[in-house]
Design a protein around this ligand. Structure first.
Ligand code: SF4
Length: 356
């Protein structure tokens, strides 16, 4: 069975400065040669720090922005070659939920008008059908039908995100791009909204492309996880394999930085403190882009970019060191990294020499 969304070798640079003749001078390498699939009814979570390129990758995959290279197919159609008219016709099947429910909703519109808007734009339903669809969708997201006549200011942050979700699903899409959908909400509301998204996925057969900086949230939502660092996927595979048996040092650093649900485990967990600042996407380091901060870096890491290699379980990692050592996974990798980081702190001069 072919994937619902297939992204192959996609790249995108942004010009941030031009010379006097208008030629590109400085580029941000936002997404570099990235490939992944999302199957029907499944969730691919994309996790990484701010600036890793994860939101840009989602927007490229939905053709909200144009890619420089690569191929993107949705439901068997080549998105990059579709005419604007065909793309508009396809839009109801691929929708978005953005981070901030406050800026996503026009405060002058009623909830009924906000939620019905995608149906009106698609133009294939009558006003009566739209009202019925809005009432049904408000029920599905857990809002009373009397919400239709009220404005967004009458609702809390969590309720506003339910309105945003209702509007994203009113056209009955097959794929939803969720870009940090709970990061603007307080902790207790987050759990409710994530539960709602899971229920809706099960009931409506949705596929999610789910982007977050929080590995715990991504693990809770995803069938598969891709970890992004400086525009590249450095690890991808089944959610449990990536979140528990991670094999890339950057993933290990994300795990060590995220709070453990169990307070005892949290106290026992040692944090990997990465040296230096995150590298610039304008002038990325040669070889493995993580090497200036990686406690396990070898001389080859600064010279050659490691390929993303998959094992038989579909768990793929781009690392010169861990790919050659099947025991260097999960807690063992974290322990090796904290030991190596301690050694770097004790002998800072030799550390730099091995890493570059
Ligand atoms: Fe660290 Fe080298 Fe692996 Fe990059 S390739 S993550 S620098 S060990």
């Amino acid at each position: 069975m072919s994937a619902l969304l297939s992204v192959r070798d996609v790249s995108r640079n942004f010009v941030i400065r031009r010379d006097l003749l208008g030629r590109p001078r400085d580029l941000v390498h936002a997404v570099d040669d990235v490939s992944f699939d999302v199957d029907s009814g499944q969730t691919l979570g994309i996790v990484g720090e701010s600036g890793s390129g994860k939101s840009t990758l989602g927007r490229l995959a939905m053709r909200l922005i144009e890619a420089d290279d690569g191929r993107i197919t949705f439901a068997g159609q080549d998105l990059r070659t579709l005419s604007p008219r065909r793309l508009r016709e396809l839009r109801p099947a691929m929708t978005m939920i953005f981070q901030d429910p406050y800026s996503a909703l026009d405060p002058r519109w009623t909830v009924g008008r906000l939620v019905a808007e995608p149906l009106r734009v698609a133009g294939s339903t009558t006003a009566v059908e739209q009202r019925a669809a809005v009432a049904e969708m408000l029920g599905l997201v857990g809002l009373d039908t009397d919400a239709v006549d009220r404005r967004p200011s009458a609702f809390s942050g969590g309720q506003r995100q339910r309105i945003v979700i209702a509007r994203a699903l009113i056209t009955r899409p097959r794929l939803v791009f969720c870009d940090e959908p709970v990061s603007a909400l307080d902790v207790s509301t987050r759990a409710l909204v994530l539960g709602l998204l899971r229920d809706l996925q099960r009931d409506l057969g949705l596929a999610y492309l789910f982007v977050s900086h929080d590995l715990g949230v991504v693990e809770a939502m995803s069938d598969r996880i891709a970890v992004m660092h400086l525009g590249s996927i450095v690890e991808i595979g089944p959610a449990e394999a990536v979140a528990r048996h991670y094999r890339h040092p950057y993933t290990a650093s994300l795990v060590s930085a995220s709070p453990a649900p169990d307070p005892v485990a949290q106290r026992a967990r040692r944090r990997v403190v990465l040296a230096g600042d995150p590298p610039s996407p304008v002038d990325p380091p040669p070889g493995c882009a993580f090497h200036p901060r990686c406690p396990l870096a070898h001389p080859i890491c600064g010279k050659r970019k490691p390929p993303l290699r998959a094992g038989s379980d579909g768990h793929a990692v781009a690392c010169h060191v861990t790919n050659g050592d099947p025991l260097l996974t999960g807690a063992a990798l974290l322990s090796r990294m904290t030991g190596a980081a301690d050694a770097l702190v004790r002998t800072p001069n030799t550390a730099k020499g091995t890493a570059s």
